[in-house]
Design a protein around this ligand. Structure first.
Ligand code: ARG
Length: 605
C-alpha cells in the first residue's frame, strides 16, 4: 500500500511515476497521494482533466467538491481555494510535475516538466508505441459486430458495423484486452425452409454444387420468396422443411449448411478486402442453449404467458419481450438471451459489446434489462463488471438525403463500393504524378498498393470520424478530397513527415538512442504534450466506445504538426537532431492511429 510513501516527497519515486498507463492516469495517481495527505479522513477519487485554460497542462478539480462535502464535518480549511492550495502543496516531489498553482475557487493547475515530456517521447521511440498502451479495468471483451444475415444482402449498415466494430476491437487489443471478435450471423430462422425447398427444386444436384454455382444469393432469396408467396403448396413444403431442419434431419441440415457456406464465402471476400478478422458464431450456435436458459428464467418467475406467447414484462416498456412465439418457435430475443448467458458463463467475458444500427436499441435495452432482472448483470450503480453495451450507429445517406443506394441496384454491394474508391483514388494519383513529372518514380505495384490504401482508408475514415450516432452522407468526392478532415489529407500529412525525415542526412535510428529531445520552442512543447496524450485518447475512445475520438485526435495532431513545422525549421537548423525526433514520434503516433482505424499508411504520395 502506498499510503506510507506519503506526500512528503520521499527519496523513493512514487509508483505513479514508474508505472505504465496514460499521462492522465499518472497525474491522477500523484493527485491521489496528495489527497490522502490533504484530507486523510475522506475517501475520494481524484478528478483530473486536461487543462482548459492556459495556466497548466492538466488540472485537478477536487477542491470544490471536497469543500461542499466537508462543510458540516468541520475541516480546518477556510474555503475551497485553501483546499486547492493544500492539494497543490502536497503533490509529491517528482520529475513529472514542474509546478502547480491554484486558480479561482480552487482549480489546481498542473504544469508538466518539459524534460519529463521529452523523456517520455524518447522512451517510446526506443521501446515502441506499445509502451503507451493505456491500462483498462477489463481483461476480456466479447465484441459482437458485422453480423449479417445469411442469404440476405450485406448492406451498408453491416459495413458500418464491421468498420466500427473492427476499430473498437483494435483499440482494445492495443490496450492488452483480450477480444473475442464474434460474427453473430443470422443463420437460423424460418426463411431457411423456403431456401432449402427452393434449392432442392432448382438444383437437384445441389450436393455437388461449388460455392459459386448458385450465383447471386440475393437473387436466389428473392426468387424463393416469390415462389413462397405465390404457391400454397410450396409454402406448405417450406414450412415443413423448417420443422425437419430444426428436428435435425440429415438432408435438411446438409442443405442448410450448403447455403450458409455460400453466404460465408461472399462475406469473407468483404472481410478480406477490409482486412477484418472475425470468428463466426452464428445464431444457430446458441440454439441448443435456449431451452435451458429459458427454463432458468421461468423458474425465477420471469416468464409469463401472454396471448399465447411466452414473454418477459419489463418495467418502462409497454410491450413485453417475446421469448417464445405463439407457434412455439424461438426468436431473435431468445437467441440473444442464450448468447449472453453463454458469453457470461462459458466465455467469461466481462464486457459484452454489440454493434448495430440505432434501430435495434429498444431490443438491446429490453434484453439487457431482462438479464439484470435475472441477476446475470450487477446493478450498474454498484459494480462496473460484467456489463453490456449497445454501440448504436446512424444511417448512411445518399446525396439525395435518403438511404444510400447505388444507381443500378437497390442495395449497395460493398465490394463494388471499395472498388470504386480505389479506382477513383488511382486516377487522381496518376493525374497528379503525371502533372508533376513524377510518374517515372512509381512502379505499377506501388501505384496499386497506394490507391488501395488511400481508397479503402477513405471509406473507413469517412465513417469513423463522425459521431457514430449521427447519420452521414456517403460522398466519394468528399472522402477522397485531399483537403479537410479526410483520410487522404492525413495520408499526405504522414507521407510528408516521412519525406522530411528522408531528406535529412541524419540517421533517425541512431538519434533515437543518442539524441535528445528539447521542447524549447512553444510549438515544440505543444506538439510534445499532445503526442503524450495518445494513451488517454485511446483510453477514452475505449471507455466510451467512440472511434471518432481517435479520429479527432489524429486530425488535431496533424494540424499541430503543421504549426510546429511552419514555425520551427527542421532540416539544416541547429535543432535538427531534436526536431527530427519530434517528426519521427509524430509519424509513429500517426501510424499507430491508422493501424487502430484499420487504415494502411503510405510513406510516399
Ligand atoms: N443479424 C442482425 C442484423 O443484421 C445483427 C445481429 C447483432 N447481434 C446480436 N447479438 N443481436 O440486424
Amino acid at each position: 500500500d502506498e499510503t506510507s510513501t506519503s506526500a512528503s516527497g520521499s527519496a523513493q519515486e512514487p509508483a505513479a511515476v514508474q508505472g505504465a498507463g496514460s499521462v492522465k492516469q499518472q497525474i491522477s495517481n500523484l493527485v491521489a497521494l496528495s489527497l490522502r495527505a490533504t484530507v486523510p479522513e475522506v475517501d475520494v477519487e481524484p478528478i483530473v482533466e486536461v487543462c482548459t485554460g492556459k495556466f497548466g497542462d492538466y488540472q485537478c478539480n477536487n477542491a470544490m467538491g471536497l469543500w461542499s462535502k466537508g462543510k458540516g464535518s468541520g475541516t480546518s480549511f477556510k474555503n475551497p481555494n485553501a483546499i486547492g492550495q493544500a492539494i497543490a502543496k502536497n503533490l509529491p516531489a517528482c520529475d513529472v510535475i514542474e509546478s502547480a498553482s491554484v486558480a479561482g475557487p480552487g482549480f489546481v493547475n498542473i504544469v508538466l516538466s518539459k524534460s519529463w515530456v521529452a523523456k517520455r517521447i524518447q522512451d517510446m521511440l526506443v521501446n515502441g508505441i506499445k509502451t503507451w498502451a493505456p491500462i483498462l479495468p477489463v481483461k476480456r471483451v466479447v465484441l459482437d459486430f458485422s453480423s449479417p444475415n445469411i442469404a440476405k444482402e450485406m448492406h451498408v449498415g453491416h459495413l458500418r458495423s464491421t468498420i466500427i466494430g473492427d476499430t473498437l476491437a483494435r483499440m482494445f487489443e492495443f490496450s492488452n484486452v483480450e477480444v473475442l471478435r464474434r460474427n453473430h450471423v443470422g443463420d437460423w430462422g424460418t426463411q431457411f425452409g423456403m431456401l432449402i425447398e427452393f434449392l432442392f427444386e432448382k438444383f437437384p444436384n445441389w450436393e455437388e454444387l461449388g460455392s459459386q454455382a448458385i450465383g447471386d444469393l440475393q437473387v436466389f432469396y428473392k426468387a424463393s420468396k416469390q415462389r413462397f408467396d405465390e404457391d400454397a403448396e410450396f409454402k406448405d413444403r417450406a414450412q415443413q422443411a423448417v420443422v425437419r431442419l430444426q428436428g435435425g434431419e440429415e438432408k435438411y441440415r446438409a442443405a442448410w449448411k450448403k447455403i450458409c457456406e455460400i453466404s460465408r464465402n461472399e462475406f469473407d471476400q468483404v472481410y478480406k478486402l477490409l482486412d477484418v478478422q472475425l470468428e463466426e458464431k452464428g445464431e444457430s450456435f446458441y440454439n441448443p442453449y435456449i431451452p435451458q436458459v429459458l427454463e432458468k428464467l421461468s423458474s425465477q418467475g420471469l416468464i409469463e404467458e401472454s396471448e399465447g406467447a411466452r414473454v418477459i414484462f419489463i418495467q418502462g416498456h409497454q410491450i413485453p419481450l417475446i421469448v417464445v412465439k405463439r407457434d412455439g418457435g424461438f426468436n431473435y430475443a431468445s437467441t440473444d438471451l442464450a448468447a449472453l448467458w453463454y458469453r457470461l458463463n462459458v466465455e467469461k467475458a466481462e464486457w459484452i459489446i454489440y454493434v448495430t444500427d440505432v434501430g435495434q436499441q429498444q431490443h438491446f435495452d429490453m434484453f439487457f434489462k431482462a438479464a439484470r432482472m435475472a441477476g446475470w448483470l450487477p446493478d450498474p450503480k454498484e459494480k462496473k463488471f460484467p456489463k453490456t453495451s449497445h454501440v448504436g450507429f446512424g444511417l448512411v445517406l445518399g446525396a439525395d438525403g435518403k438511404r444510400f443506394r447505388t444507381r443500378s441496384t437497390e442495395v449497395v454491394r460493398l465490394g463494388d463500393l471499395l472498388d470504386e474508391a480505389k479506382s477513383r483514388s488511382k486516377s487522381e494519383l496518376l493525374q497528379r504524378l503525371t502533372e508533376n513529372g513524377k510518374i517515372v518514380d512509381w512502379t505499377d505495384e506501388e501505384l496499386e498498393q497506394t490507391s488501395k490504401a488511400v481508397g479503402y482508408g477513405a471509406v473507413k475514415y469517412a465513417d469513423l470520424k463522425n459521431n457514430r450516432l449521427t447519420n452521414y452522407t456517403f460522398s466519394f468526392d468528399q472522402m477522397l478530397s485531399d483537403k479537410g478532415n479526410t483520410a487522404v489529407y492525413l495520408q499526405y500529412a504522414h507521407a510528408r513527415i516521412c519525406s522530411i525525415i528522408r531528406k535529412s542526412n541524419m540517421d533517425v535510428e541512431e538519434l533515437k538512442v543518442s539524441g535528445n529531445i528539447s521542447l524549447a520552442h512553444p510549438d515544440e512543447r505543444v506538439l510534445g504534450l499532445y503526442l503524450i496524450r495518445y494513451a488517454e485518447i485511446v483510453e477514452e475512445a475505449c471507455t466510451n466506445l467512440l472511434p471518432s475520438v481517435l479520429c479527432e485526435y489524429l486530425y488535431n495532431l496533424s494540424e499541430m504538426f503543421t504549426r510546429f513545422y511552419t514555425n520551427c525549421q527542421v532540416v539544416g537548423s541547429p535543432e535538427e537532431p531534436s526536431r527530427l525526433l519530434l517528426c519521427e514520434a509524430t509519424a509513429v503516433v500517426m501510424r499507430q492511429c491508422f493501424q487502430l482505424l484499420g487504415i494502411t499508411p503510405v510513406y510516399k504520395l
